[in-house]
Design a protein around this ligand. Structure first.
Ligand SMILES: N[C@@H](CCC(=O)N[C@@H](CS)C(=O)NCC(=O)O)C(=O)O
Length: 234
């Protein structure tokens, strides 16, 4: 049986949702972020040397650690073809499928993480004179690159989801649930959780649709604390 190493408030929520959709039997080992640094605990490094989540150990003799959420969703989609979570060469959605699958971690996540990390650096307590200078530098970095980059990504996603809506399709690509939905929901729901009034309408509707799925709700029950979802702590 596979074991999911789950970290609170993290991308491993993607895998909990995937496993719930597949109705898979699996073990779960939960790791708690350090409340001060938000980093993963050392216990994760015992399983995977980079100490990041998600990681799945497979039921082979070597208990191979499989990391990268994209690789994990592809792996399970391939070994469960009956769930129909991919598009194959020859399907009209194939190129869209590959593009958005890689876009999630390759293009959407980097500026989101940079904004999150720089925002935390700004909020950190420091002597006033240092704060004034540090905040100016952080704002300059955000203005020069990450804010613009992130806004362009959001507009690009919104345009795509508007096209999907025009075709009457409720999923991120094509006409059925696919690995892309697991990958793209995470950054989009993180955005909705942190700035609910600034999310364009097709993205908002898509996130709410995915979050209302029974399997998604089951995954929330299983995973516990998850600040990027619809049930944030007060
Ligand atoms: N590209 C990787 C990113 C993995 C990653 O950075 N995970 C974060 C959680 S969302 C993590 O483990 N952070 C804790 C740390 O870096 O200490 C993936 O998609 O799985």
């Amino acid at each position: 049986m596979p074991t999911l190493h789950h970290l609170n408030h993290s991308r491993s929520q993607r895998i909990l949702w995937l496993f719930a959709e597949l109705g898979l039997d699996y073990d779960i080992q939960t790791h708690e972020r350090d409340p001060k640094t938000s980093l993963a605990p050392d216990s994760l490094k015992a399983t995977f040397e980079l100490g990041r989540s998600p990681v799945v150990t497979l039921d082979d003799e070597a208990h191979t650690p499989l990391a990268e959420s994209g690789a994990i969703v592809e792996y399970f989609a391939h070994i469960h073809p009956e769930a129909n979570l991919t598009y194959q060469a020859g399907h009209t959605a194939f190129s869209d499928y590959l593009y958005w699958l890689h876009f999630a971690e390759g293009t959407m996540m980097p500026p989101l993480i940079a904004k999150l990390v720089l925002g935390k650096a700004k909020a950190k307590k420091k002597p006033i004179i240092i704060k004034t200078i540090a905040d100016k530098v952080i704002d300059a970095i955000l203005n020069a690159y990450y804010d613009k980059n992130f806004a362009e990504n959001v507009a690009h996603v919104e345009k795509h989801l508007a096209r999907q809506a025009d075709k009457g399709f409720e999923y991120f690509v094509g006409e059925h649930l696919s690995t892309v939905d697991f990958m793209m929901l995470f950054p989009l729901e993180a955005m909705l959780a942190s700035q609910p009034n600034h999310v364009p309408k097709h993205i908002k509707a898509y996130v709410e649709r995915m979050q209302s799925r029974t399997a998604y709700q089951q995954a929330l029950d299983t995973g516990g604390e998850y600040n990027f979802g619809p049930r944030q702590a007060a």
